[in-house]
Structure formats: C-alpha cells, structure tokens
Design a protein around this ligand. Structure first.
Ligand code: UGA
Length: 433
C-alpha cells in the first residue's frame, strides 16, 4: 500500500520504517528541514536500537522516503498516518494543535483531488473525541464525506524496544466507524499475525490512555508497597516477585524505584485526569498515582541527605540520567530533579550515562558529565544509581569499593542485590528494602 506518515518523532518514524519493511511504499513527512535532511542520509535524530539500520535498509530499497512536502505525500497515499506530538499544557491537558494543523493541511490537499478514498489514521495520543474533530475539519474544508474515513490506531511501543513492540504487538487496536476502513488497516497489519481488535473510535482513543494510566498505576502501587516495606522490614523485590507470579497480576511494571518518567506516562496520566475533570468526574485514583510518583523522588533525595548530612563539599557520583535504559530521552527523567536537588544542597555531581549525556547537558548544566562509570565514581563520597542500564548492573563492586572515598551506594532502581553489595564492603540504600 502507499502510505504517508506525518511526523517523524518516535511514533512516526518507527511506524514508517516498520511498514516500509513490510513491503509498503512509505513517505514520511516532517516540517523540520534539518530532520528531513538527516533522515535522507539514513541518520536517525534520536537513540533507538535497530532503527538506523531499518531506516537505512528501506531507504536504500526505495520503499521509504522523506520529505517536507505534505501535499505530494498525501495526494498519492491510500492511508495517511497522523503521528505528531501532543505535549502537555501547563494544566495537564493534551495540546492537540499540531494534530489540528495537520488535519487542515490534509484537507487542503484532499479537497483538490477529484476522486480516491483515503483513510486518515490518528496514531498520535489524543483526547477522546479527536477523531470526530478531525472528521469535522475535513468536512468543513470541503472534502467530500465519501472520500475519507477517520480511524484511531493507538501506538503501544516503548522507547528502547520500539521496533520489537511494533513487529510483535500484544494487540493492534483499530477504532473505526465503518468496516471498509477497518479492513484496509487490518490488511496493513496482516503480516504481523497480531491480535487485532475492532472498536469504536472513541473506545480506541481511551484504550491508549487507559493502558498508560494502568501501567503508571502499577508502578505507583508497587512504590506505595515499597514505602510500607521500608517501615515494616519487608523487601519489595521479594514481595513483587511473589505477588507478580499471580497470573491475574503479572510481574511486569512491578519494579519499585524512582517512579515513572518519559514522554508518555506522566503526560498521559495528566491528560486523562484533565479529560475526566472536564467531563465531570474527579479522578481519585489517578490523582493519587501522580502523588505517589512525585513522592518517590522526594523520598529518595531525603534518604541521601539524611545519610550524608551536609552536602556542601561532598562529591556524588551519579550513574544513569535517561528516564530508562536503552534511550537517550531525558523528558521527565527523575534524574533531573535528583541531580538538581543535590547540587542545590551544595554537592558536586559527576554523572555518567551511556546515551543521554548530550540531552542531559542542556537540562542539568551544573553537573559534570563524564565519559565512563569509573571517572564518575573515583573519589566520590557516594554512588547514586538513577537508571538501570545493563552495564551498571554488571559493575565490578569490589572496584567500586576501592574507587569510592566512602563506601556507600544509593540504588534508585533496586538493581543490586543487597548481599552482594555488602559482601563487597559497601553500605546499601535501596527503595523498599
Ligand atoms: C510507555 C508505554 O509502556 C508504551 O506502551 C506506550 O506506547 C508509550 O509509553 C507511549 O505512550 O508512547 P515508554 O514511555 O517508552 O512507554 O516507557 P516505559 O517502558 O513504559 O517506562 C516508563 C517509565 O516507568 C520509566 O521511567 C521506567 O523507569 C518506569 N518503570 C517502568 C518503573 O518505574 N517500574 C517498572 O516496573 C516499569
């Protein structure tokens, strides 16, 4: 099929690259000339394992193209994916202005076309009702009703494993108001042999928010239990492992620590809170989910201050800045607040992250960003782990003991076994243990 994908962020680029690798002709559109120039050279402007190779391979095969010109891409496409950002406004509401702008631009192209039906697919995470708004924009801009269908097809990919998530999804949700549109999008996903679910457009829109909000709830729930563990002497890792073996609960997203960050979970929980309030329901549970998430960071900073006392003239080594491993994304990363708080209290922070240093340097200017783990650790008064990159998990703890000035580890992601750390002669402070 001929596809146009508007927006080359994580969702748009992964969608475009993956659909092209399934044999479709894909044109990805972005307004940013620098981004388009980079992509044309086969370079990906962010860190995502496997994506540069996939983009290069399909560009070379002629199945994947990049352009700034929306008109050409849309006029020849059978399916148009809208995959632009919907960031948070200061009140938590999702800012859908980019989606509206794109819908208007698509209308401008489509009204000039005499025939041909197109499916306009919303991949951006948008508040319930956005499908209707996109349809309205097209109709108001003189696109004949019979020439288009609007579909909601939310994306569930995770940064760091986006390609695997796209190619082997747990489910594909297609929200449509007619079977013709549903069948066209089903055909696109057919090679994946995925579990495809047909819903109304409004249900599909809510499924995305409900999924992310549930994941956030699981994390805040286990963090709440971790806080209870600390007070009663239980160990959250043991508790989570056993609780998670219950198939009704499941072990995923039960890792206690600094809470959820990133560009999706915080934004989507806030947007759902806003949507709920706007429609007359005060979301009690979701508000608590956010509160617990903020508490985790404050409580962790509190532990460091309590143990080290006055932070003035203390050197602190930080391992991990990205909001999670396998990404260079710093959006809503707990590290920002932790490092800023330590610096505000007078500490000198030396930090290492395998991928996020360039992005981090713009956000936490006062920290010294170094090029390897032991440069950060050497001579420090404490080691603070904020992201669970595999190389931190496998670190030589005996060497850490020798390198640190005082043998103390604050493990914000519970990546170390307390026994192993203590055997190496280090004092251990985790979350909920
Ligand atoms: C999330 C969802 O997992 C995807 O399904 C969704 O498509 C995506 O948002 C999106 O809406 O685009 P992502 O933001 O890439 O994906 O990250 P996650 O893997 O969900 O992790 C989110 C945060 O939760 C990270 O900060 C991570 O450290 C934290 N987390 C995760 C925990 O604190 N504990 C856990 O057990 C799991």
């Amino acid at each position: 099929m001929k596809l146009a994908v508007i927006g080359t962020g994580y969702v748009g680029l992964v969608t475009g690259a993956c659909f092209s690798s399934l044999g479709n002709q894909v044109v990805c559109v972005d307004k940013d000339p620098k981004r388009v120039a980079l992509l044309k050279k086969g370079r990906v402007p962010f860190y995502e394992p496997g994506l540069p190779e996939l983009v290069a391979k399909n560009t070379k095969a002629g199945r994947l193209k990049f352009t700034r010109k929306l008109a050409g891409a849309v006029s020849s496409a059978e399916v148009v994916f809208i995959a632009v950002g919907t960031p948070s406004r200061s009140n938590g509401q999702a800012d859908v202005s980019a989606v509206i702008e794109v819908a208007k631009e698509i209308s401008g192209v489509m009204k000039k076309l005499r025939h041909g039906h197109k499916v306009i697919v919303n991949k951006s995470t948008v508040p319930v009702g956005m499908g209707d708004i996109v349809s309205k924009i097209l109709v108001e801009n003189k696109v004949p009703k019979n020439n288009f269908s609007v579909v909601s097809n939310p994306e569930f990919l995770r940064e760091g494993s986006a390609i695997g998530d796209f190619m082997r999804p747990d489910r594909v949700v297609i929200g449509a108001d007619n079977s013709q549109a549903f069948n066209i999008i089903t055909d696109l996903y057919r090679p994946l042999n995925a579990h495809i679910i047909f819903t109304s457009i409004k249900s599909a829109e809510l499924i995305k928010y409900a999924s992310n909000a549930f994941l956030a709830t699981k994390i805040s729930f286990i963090n709440e239990i971790a806080n209870i563990c600390e007070r009663v002497g239980s160990d959250i890792s043991e508790v989570a492992n056993a609780v998670g073996l219950d198939k009704r609960i499941g072990r995923h997203f039960l890792n206690a620590g600094l809470g959820y960050g990133g560009s999706c979970l915080p934004k989507d929980v806030s947007a759902l809170v806003h949507l709920s309030r706007e429609n007359g329901h005060e979301p009690m549970l979701l508000s608590a989910v956010r509160e617990v998430n903020e508490f985790q960071i404050d409580a962790f900073i509190g532990k460091i201050i309590k143990k080290l006392g006055n932070l003035r003239s203390k050197n602190i080594a930080v391992l991990g800045l990205a909001f999670k491993p396998e990404t260079d994304d710093m959006r809503e990363a707990p590290s920002i607040k932790v490092v800023q708080a330590l610096i505000k209290k007078g500490a000198r922070v030396s930090a290492y992250d395998p991928a996020a240093a360039p992005n981090a340097s713009r956000l936490i200017k006062e920290a010294k960003l170094v090029k390897d783990m032991f440069t950060a650790i050497e001579g420090a008064d404490a080691l603070v782990v904020l992201t669970e990159w595999p190389e931190f998990v496998e670190i030589d703890l005996e060497r850490v003991k020798k390198a640190l000035k005082s043998p103390l580890i604050f493990d914000g992601r519970n990546i170390y076994d307390r026994g192993r750390v203590e055997d190496a002669g280090l004092e251990y402070v985790g979350v909920g243990r």
